[in-house]
Write a protein that binds this ligand. Structure first.
Ligand code: LHQ
Length: 264
């Protein structure tokens, strides 16, 4: 399968599985990833999603050999519309990822380039192996960051760093990505898989409805003025206040026991 789908407890593990091409995106892989995210979103047994790659890469971005986008190699052939691919395959996947009702972790096992970097950076927490790297490869082939790259980069690291990464398109090692705040944490290669699963299990045991609302509130706040952000917090908080997890969390605290969260 192009995308391996596994479940460990309440964690849905999605593994991009085209290792011979560093898990570069084909339209089929993009459709399968989108479908898998939508399925996980609707499955009450899933409380966290973990995305990783098979083999030595995480995802090398768009498969540049795909006939759908390959520029004319011979005279007389018409160039293809890249916008079609974005509108029909990348955008649906990126929107599903952003709207996940549970936290999503990326375990970046190797190079994440182009749209592969956007996929990783679109996740809520990004762990990366020390040998992994992030490459804004787009500028090297005459394109702009896509699949959310232009939105994510300045929010994650600010405009100056975003421009540095996007214009130069150089390889950013995982440790440096952590240092500049682009990702959560870089880890020794041998520890990545287990640490990422442990983090996913930990998040899965937390009040995931509130975690997803936290992501939404933070993103909303970047578009709102102070008072509007306060009111948005109040609205989201009011909804969470009626949810079971808040009752359970507060009761457990007062009863000095470990809470058991079930909302989603
Ligand atoms: C690949 C790819 C790849 C095909 C490695 N495609 N085969 C959206 C919509 C529409 C159009 C365009 O774009 C987009 C968004 C984008 O993502 S644009 C950016 C596309 N990605 C890139 O430009 C990255 C291209 N890849 C690379 O620069 C290198 O492969 C990196 C730096 C990722 C890794 O380098 P190495 O570790 O030296 O590995 P390699 O280059 O030897 O790759 C291993 C194999 O994977 C190789 O195949 P082969 O048959 O020779 O073993 C590559 O051809 C293949 N591969 N990326 N994107």
């Amino acid at each position: 399968a192009l995308l391996k789908i596994e479940q460990e407890g309440a964690v849905r593990l999605l593994t991009l599985n085209r290792p011979q091409a560093l898990n570069a995106f084909t339209t089929a892989l993009l459709v399968q990833l989108r479908d898998a995210l939508e399925l996980a979103a609707r499955d009450a047994s899933v409380r966290c999603v973990l995305i990783t790659g098979a083999g030595r890469g995480f995802c090398a971005g768009q498969d540049l050999s795909d006939p759908l986008i390959k520029p004319p190699m011979a005279a007389g052939e018409a160039p293809k519309d890249i916008g079609h691919l974005l509108n029909n395959y990348y955008i649906p996947m990126a929107l599903s990822l952003r709207a996940m009702p549970v936290p999503v972790i990326a375990a970046v096992n190797g190079v994440a380039a182009g749209a592969g970097a956007s996929l990783a950076l679109g996740c809520d927490l990004v762990l990366a192996a020390e040998s992994a790297s992030f490459i804004q490869a787009f500028s090297k082939i005459g394109l702009i960051p896509d699949c959310g790259g232009t939105w994510l980069l300045p929010r994650l690291v600010g405009r100056a760093k975003a421009l540095e990464l996007a214009l130069l398109g150089d390889k950013l090692p995982a440790a440096e990505a952590q240092r500049i705040g682009l990702i959560y944490r870089a880890l020794p290669d041998a520890e990545l898989a287990a640490e990422a699963m442990a983090l996913a299990q930990k998040l899965a045991s937390m009040p995931v409805k509130a975690l997803a609302a936290t992501r939404q509130a933070l993103d909303d706040a970047l578009l709102l003025d102070f008072e509007a952000a306060l009111r948005n917090e109040a609205l989201l908080q009011s909804r969470l206040g009626f949810a079971g997890d808040y009752q359970e969390g507060t009761r457990a605290f007062l009863e000095k026991r470990k809470p058991s969260f079930t909302d989603r």
